[in-house]
Design a protein around this ligand. Structure first.
Ligand code: FDA
Length: 282
């Protein structure tokens, strides 16, 4: 195992589906549900994108066979969005068909803002054919309030997160405080009018504010869930579960881990320092 692979293992279940299933099994035993992600993005060929969809179909079958409690999360640029919207639609529809036949749920992750509009247009089409699906909205984007209103109107499930991509100041909040304020505004809208929203953050202040708001409004713990990433704030994941909240952990696996890993490094300065100090150690 290279030093890089060793370091990435903090955030990634492993390179093989068996590694991910092992992690899912353990989380499930602790009362935590999961969503499985096969790492990869910006795939340029139809052949590779079709192969990735096949991998998801196999993974859904394995989850079902073992009766594990796990959804799946997909990225559209892994599914051929850079090839064409039409190809991507058909390719991902195969995953939704399989999930529907197994009564499972699949969520479309949100990538950089160049893809937001196209992703949502496809999500609206898919949701009409495959209701057991949802998507992700990023609190850092100015457009997100209107997008959530539309998703709520269509009764599409939303995972709210801060946003992991660098975005220009013309379209996105840059200051953390502004992102957090918008996160809370959008959380309230989702809790009041959305369908079983997922609050995707490790930020304890936002988690606390979510809990307080839900309690004040009489919104039960079964009406929403918290979501966190594999390897981040494990103690908090367990604590919330023990307090009776629904917690779902995003479990990525695969060999194309570098972009995902770099996004996680960027989120916290100490991660970067840890990476640099280990990378240059003999
Ligand atoms: P913030 O970054 O402020 O972190 C709050 C605290 O959490 C930190 O102080 C630290 O304790 C801990 N923490 C957070 N990140 C850490 C890290 N990398 N290493 C160590 N500790 C860390 N984004 C996106 O653009 N599209 C998507 O589809 C998704 N999907 C998604 C799913 C799920 C389940 C989650 C939780 C997140 C995403 N994201 C995402 C990522 C999201 O946009 C965001 O970048 C990260 O969650 C980090 O933001 P926080 O809300 O955790 O707050």
């Amino acid at each position: 195992m290279s030093i890089l692979t060793f370091l990435a293992r903090r955030f990634i279940a492993g390179e093989k589906i068996e590694d991910a299933l092992k992690v899912i099994r353990k989380l499930n035993q602790n009362g935590i549900t999961t969503t499985l992600d096969i790492l990869g993005e910006n795939v340029k060929s139809e052949q590779e994108a079709a192969q990735k969809a096949d991998n998801y179909i196999q993974a859904l079958e394995m989850i079902d066979k073992e009766k594990l409690n796990s959804h799946a999360s997909i990225k559209l640029t892994q599914m051929g969005l850079d090839v064409s919207d039409g190809f991507c639609y058909d390719n991902v529809s195969r995953i939704f068909e399989k999930a529907a036949s197994l009564n499972n749920f699949v969520r479309v992750d949100m990538e950089g803002s160049d893809y937001t509009g196209r992703t949502l247009d496809l999500v609206y089409r898919w949701h009409e054919a495959f209701p057991k699906m949802g998507t992700v909205i990023q609190a850092m984007l100015f457009r997100s309030l209107e997008d959530i209103k539309e998703l709520n109107r269509r009764k599409i499930r939303v995972r709210l997160c801060k946003g992991a991509y660098r975005e220009p100041k013309q379209i996105a909040f840059q200051d953390r405080r502004d992102i957090n304020t918008n996160f809370l505004t959008l959380t309230k809208l989702l809790l009041r009018e959305g369908v079983y929203p997922a609050i995707g953050t490790h930020d304890e202040k936002l988690i606390e504010a979510t809990r307080e708001f839900a309690q004040k409004e009489g919104i039960g713990k079964d009406k929403y869930e918290f979501q966190m990433l594999y390897g981040i704030r494990r103690g908090l994941q367990l604590r919330l579960t023990q307090e009776g909240y629904n917690v779902r952990v995003y479990v990525p696996y695969g060999t194309h881990w570098l972009p995902y890993y770099l996004r996680r490094l960027r989120e916290k300065r100490e991660n970067l320092l840890f990476f640099i100090s280990n990378f240059f150690r003999d």
